[in-house]
Design a protein. Sequence first.
Length: 377
Amino acid sequence: MSISPINFFNLLTNDGIDFFSGVPDSLLKEFCLCLDDNVAPQNHVISANEGNAIALAAGYHLGTGKLPLVYMQNSGLGNAVNPLISLCDPEVYSIPMLVVIGWRGEPGVADEPQHKKQGQIQENLLAALDLPYITFSATENNIESKINKAVTSAMADKRPFVILVKKGTFSKYGTSLSQKETGLIKRENALEIILESLPDNAIIVSTTGKTSREIFEIRAIRNEPHYKDFLTVGSMGHCSSIALGIALSKPDRKVFCIDGDGALIMHMGSLATAGKLQAKNLYHLLINNKVHESVGGQKTAANGINLPALVRSNGYNSVQSCSKKTDLKKKVEQFVLATGPAFLELIVEPGSRNDLGRPTIKPVDNKQEFMKYISGE
C-alpha cells in the first residue's frame, strides 16, 4: 500500500521539520502538492535549481539550528553535489538536512532514456558522495521508524541524510493545483505557429519536458521529418547553451532555442554568456507558462520576474514579449528578422493534452540525424 503524503508530512513535522525547499519531481508530485497546501510560502521555497535548495536549507539551519528538508528528482543531484560536499559535508561545515530524492530510472523499472544511467548508478553515487540513505517504496510498513532514523542520524552526525523514494511510493494527495482559463494560447498551438514561421533551414533546439514532446508530435502529425530538431530530453536548463554552442559553430545558420521558464531560471547564468558572445544567429524563444507543468503545475519564479528586462540587461540585441494570440505570428516573423542574440517571450496558458505522447526516436538517433542536417549532408 502506498504512503499517504499527508501522513508522511505529519511524521516529518512531528520530528520538528518545518522548512522545505526543492525542485518539483513527478515521483514526488503528490508530496509536493501536500507541501503547497500545508506549508506557509516562506517555509516552502521552490528553488531555481537543486543546489540553490541545498544552500537555502543550509542557511535555514544556520539561522535556526533546525533540520530542514530538500526534495529533488535524482537527475538534479548533479546540481546539488557541490554544496552537498563542499558546504554541508562533515569535513567542512557539517550541516544536517534531509534530502528526499525521487529515484527515476531505477533498475528494472521502465522509464525514459534520459533517466536510465542516473537510475543505474544512483546507489553507487550516494556511496561515492558518502551520503547515508534509506529507501522508501509503496510497500513500506515501518514509515515512522525509518523517518525517525533519518532525522536522528542527520542531527546526531550533523550531515545530510537521503531518503530515496521509488516510483509509486506516494498515494494521490487528493487535490491538484488549479489552472484557470486565462484566454492565453496553449503551448502546443503556439508551437504550431512557431514551426510554420521559422525559415526552412532553421536549426532548432528545444527544452526538456512537454515542449519537446509536443514538437515531436506536431512533426509526426504533419508528416514532417524530425531531423531539424534537437530534442533536449534531459539536462534541464541547458538547451540555450547547447543552441549557443551550435550557433558559434555554424555562424551562417540561424539557430532557434525553444526554452521554458522553469528551465531558463534553473541556469540563468547562460543569459550572461549569450549576451557576452553576441552570436548574431542565436534566437532564444521562451515559452512561458509560469509553472513546472510536467511535475504538477507548481509555480515558477517567473510569476515575479520581468524576464524580458532581465534578458535585455544581459546584452541581447533584440527583446520582445507577446501574450496575445492574434499577435503571435507577427511577433515570430519580426523575431526571425532581428539580429541576434534575439529573445522572444511568449506567455501561454498552462496545460497540455492528456494523450500527449513521447518521442519514439532514440536520443542517439536524433543526434545523428540532426548532425547530418546541420552539416548539410
